[in-house]
Structures are given as C-alpha cells and as structure tokens.
Design a protein around this ligand. Structure first.
Ligand SMILES: Nc1nc2c(c(=O)[nH]1)N[C@H]1C(S)=C(S)[C@@H](COP(=O)(O)O)O[C@H]1N2
Ligand SMILES: [Mo]
Length: 510
C-alpha cells in the first residue's frame, strides 16, 4: 500500500488520463477550426510546422520519394508524438493533477504558436488552439479527479473507465464534426462550377510529328493526372474556393492592385504550351511535364500596377505561405510569356496544381517561378526578401539547364537484336534544342532524329535506330541548345541550381 497521504493513480489510470486529455484537446481544436477556418486546426498547423522545421534534406527526400505517403507519415508521426506526450503527462501526475494540466496548457500554447505561424489563418483562427488548451487542461483535471476518487473499488474503477472511454468517443465525434464543417470550404465543387475557360488566343495545335509516343517517348502534352507534382503541401492540399480567392499585387509599384477570380477570367485569356521542370529532378528523373496553360500574361498585371525602377524580384506567396522569388526581367519579357494561369489542358487548374491560380514562367525552375495557390505578389528586391527554398540553401536565380533523357530502352530492359530504337526527350526552355546525340558503349556520337518543334518553351522528342548485336550495352545522350551549348558530362547534384551530366541507360540485347 501507498504510505503517502494523497492517493496515487495506477500507472495505467494515469496514462489513460493523459492520453484522453490530449485526444480531447485535439478534437476540440479541430471542431472549432471547422467553424472558423480549416487551417486553424492545431493538428494541421503543427503538421505544417513540423514540415517547416524539418531539415531541408529530409523534406526534399520526402517530397521526392514518398508521394502520397507523406501525409500519412506526418499524421502518424504527430499522432504518436501526441500519444507519448499524453502518457508522459499522465505518469508525471500520479499524485497531483498540476503537472499534467501544465503540460496540457503547454501543448495548447504550442498549437497556438503553430496556428499563428500559418499565413492563411484568419484572426478568429486563434480560437481553435485556445479551445484545445482549455479542453486539454479541463479534461485532465476532471479525469484526474474522477480517477483519484476510485480508491480501488471495482464499481468506481469502472466509472473511471467509462468516463475516459466517453471522453475518447466524444472526441471522435467532435473531430469528425470538425472534418465535416471543414468540408464546407469545398474547393472541388468551386472548381467544378468554374466551367469552360475558353482562351481568346488558343495555343497552336500540337503537330502530329511532335512526339514519338509510338516508340515509347512521353506524349507531347502530359495529362493533368500524369503531370509531375512537387510541393510542400504534405499535410493537405490548400482548399481555396475561386469565389474567395484574391490576388494582391503591391510593393514597389505605382498603385496596389487586387484581383478576384472573376476579374481574371473575364479578361482575354491566352493559352500557351509550356514545359515545366523541377530543380530537384535528377539526371534522367521524372519531374518534367508539358501542358497547355490558360491565363493572363503576368507582365500585363505587373504593368497595370506599374513596376517601379529598382524592383528586381517578384516575390510571390501562396495561400499556405510558400514563397518564390522570380526575376522581374523574366516576368516582363514578352518573348518568355509568363502566365498567371487558371487553366490547364482545357480544365480549371486541378487542386494539386494550384487551383484557382498559379504562376508559370517558362525557362525557370518551378521553385523560383511557379507559385501555386498564389495570393500575393510583391515587387521588391532580391536583397530585401528571401524565398522558401533560398532560405534552405537553394539558388537565388535558377534558369532551367539544358537536359536530355533516355526513355527507351528502359534501364535493364532486354530487347531483340537488330535495329534497336533509342528514344527520349530533351529540353532547353526559352532557347530550344538544336541537336541530340547518342552514343553506345562509348563509341562515336551519332545525331538523333528530332521531332517537330512546338515552341522554344517546350521539350523536344528524339529517336535513333542503332544496329546492335547480343550482349550488354550502354547508351548515353547529350543535347545541344540553339546557342550551341552542349550538355557537359560532369555530374552535379540538383542542389543548389539543378543537376548536370549525361543520362545513360544499360540494357541487354538478345
Ligand atoms: N504553393 C506552392 N507552390 C509551388 C511549390 C510549393 O511547394 N508550394 N513548389 C514549386 C515547385 S518546386 C515546382 S517544381 C512546381 C511544381 O508544380 P506542379 O506540382 O504543378 O508540377 O511548383 C512550384 N510551386
Ligand atoms: Mo521544384
């Protein structure tokens, strides 16, 4: 028996008090957020903070390798951490409730800090973490008192168990209600209601000879489904309804401008065929895709605001607080034709690709040019503001490097002897591809056949037939752009401003 005057909770009861309190805190916060704004939910905010505080190398790895598992991983991680926190809070409070209540308050404060750190949360959003804080402290106190009264008798112990179970079930109901309420901000139905975005100036049709899809290169236009996706929205894709969206253009301008979605879609829309590329693409990697983007020229919007002398950076911010810094020169260059895009391949932008609006600037890697869910454009200088990846040691300016990739034969494929078709893609946005060469087993470079060029902002397909006998072979590719620059052999990694080196593939001829 315990010799102290105060009753002491069993370890199990103490842990249960802690866990049930944490669960109640999370659920109440989620419910309140459902009423106020989905991003105010402390769990979602904490998930996003974890992402922002994670070392960039880990985030980059997760973005590149985990796909949809990222979200589950963040949730499981945060969930396990919360449960451990609850257990510890309970175990530290076997005699008195105060340590656990203090820890519950601390957890609430952490939620508050995270929520305040989310740029898209309205002021009333602080109610959600405050709700968590109050619920966590109050439930801890209540359950602790209930547990302390169960001085070992079976009926009272059962009462404590029922109460705790009731708290957990109630939390489930609250959390689910929060989820339902959050669903009111339904970007999917808003997207469905946008309807046709018919460009005043459509992109020229893609000529039939623009790809060699029949021999295994990608189709010229990537479908929205297959378009590569890279972003930091690990926890949830931002849900912005077109009717709520506002874009502010401000900073070093003659006059601040604000645009609604209707303002944008009512303008004469243009359509442009553009190949986007991610700086984190390894040589031979998949982060390159092409679409018909519909929107308004960014330079027109900036011209309306009146860019002041000295502004060299267009600093754009997404609704979830991601930022990019684009050279003003590039944005104002009429030959480049950067867009504020609202459509992609004949549809409104998919939610994952930035609905309702994003930037697309040909010739620049996405991290310095392609802000999705964009809501703010500030004209400023590169000295004054640092964007998301620049703060994490990626480059300030990042023009896309000329690259080429072998798509067939795939690595380690087995192909029949005779004439082997080697084919793939090459890109040198804004300049254009002049030549692609292939060599096999270190032999002489041979010039490949190029597909019809669509425009200099897009990839170009190539193919070549090579007679090969049975055995192991290695094909290498290198592209030369219209300025006469040939890809260098030196392999450098993607960080800080894009990978270089020749792609190669090993295969067997039988
Ligand atoms: N809001 C936001 N926009 C973003 C990003 C992001 O993480 N958040 N990633 C950028 C990067 S690194 C790239 S390569 C492109 C990818 O666009 P996609 O996912 O539509 O292919 O979006 C850019 N825009
Ligand atoms: Mo990227």
């Amino acid at each position: 028996m315990d010799t102290n005057e105060e009753p002491r909770l069993s370890r199990l009861a103490a842990a249960l008090v802690g866990v049930a309190s944490v669960v109640a805190a999370v659920a109440v916060g989620h419910l309140v957020a459902g009423f106020v704004h989905p991003t105010a939910s402390p769990v979602i905010a904490v998930g996003n903070s974890v992402r922002d505080l994670t070392p960039p190398s880990v985030t980059e790895w997760a973005i590149a390798n985990l796909g949809d598992a990222k979200k589950a991983l963040v949730f499981v991680g945060v969930g396990v951490a919360l449960l451990v926190f609850g257990v510890v809070a309970g175990l530290l409070s076997r005699r008195r409730p105060w340590p656990g209540m203090a820890l519950a308050a601390l957890l609430g404060l952490a939620g508050l800090v995270s929520v305040l750190d989310q740029p898209s949360v309205p002021a009333a959003g602080v109610l959600a973490p405050l709700g968590s804080l109050v619920a966590g402290v109050a439930v801890f106190h209540w359950l602790h008192t209930t547990a302390s009264r169960t001085t070992g008798t079976a009926p009272s112990r059962r009462r404590f168990l029922f109460t705790s179970a009731g708290v957990v079930v109630g939390a489930g109901v609250f959390g689910a209600a929060g989820e339902l309420l959050a669903g009111r901000v339904d970007a999917s139905s808003s997207r469905a209601a946008v309807g046709d975005l018919t460009p005043r100036v459509p992109a020229p049709p893609i000529p039939p000879g623009a790809d060699f899809a029949s021999v295994g290169t990608p189709r010229f236009l990537t479908s929205n489904r297959d378009f590569y996706r890279v972003d930091t929205a690990l926890v949830s894709v931002p849900q912005v309804r077109a009717e709520d969206w506002l874009l502010r253009v401000h900073g070093l301008v003659d006059g601040t401008r604000t645009y609604t979605f209707a303002d944008i879609r009512d303008r004469p829309l243009v359509e442009r065929t553009i190949t986007m590329t991610c700086v984190s693409n390894e040589v031979g990697g998949p982060y390159v895709s092409t679409a018909n983007f519909v929107g308004v020229p960014l330079r027109d919007l900036l011209a309306e605001a009146g860019v002041r002398a000295g502004a060299d950076q267009l600093f754009s911010t997404s609704v979830d607080g991601w930022t990019a810094g684009t050279p003003v020169d590039a944005v104002m260059d009429p030959n480049r034709g950067g867009l504020l895009a609202i459509g992609m391949n004949g549809e409104p932008l998919p939610l994952e690709h930035g609905f309702p609006a994003r930037m697309v600037v040909p010739g620049l890697y996405g991290f310095v040019s392609a802000t999705k869910w964009v809501v703010d454009m500030e004209l400023t200088t590169f000295d004054a503001r640092e964007s998301y990846w620049r703060k994490r040691d990626w480059a300030v300016k990042a023009p896309i490097k000329t690259q080429s990739r072998i798509d067939v034969p795939r690595g380690f494929a087995t192909v029949p002897a005779g004439t082997v078709t080697i084919a793939g893609i090459a890109w040198a946005q804004t300049i254009g591809i002049a030549k692609v060469e292939v060599r096999v087993d270190g032999g002489p470079w041979r010039t490949a056949e190029l597909a019809t060029e669509v425009n200099s902002q897009t990839w170009r397909m190539w193919r070549i037939g090579v007679d090969l006998g049975p055995g192991q072979h290695k094909a290498e590719v290198r592209a030369t752009d219209r300025r006469g620059k040939t890809q260098v052999a030196d392999r450098v990694p993607p960080i800080p401003d894009g990978a270089t080196g020749w792609h190669s593939t090993d295969f067997t001829v039988t």
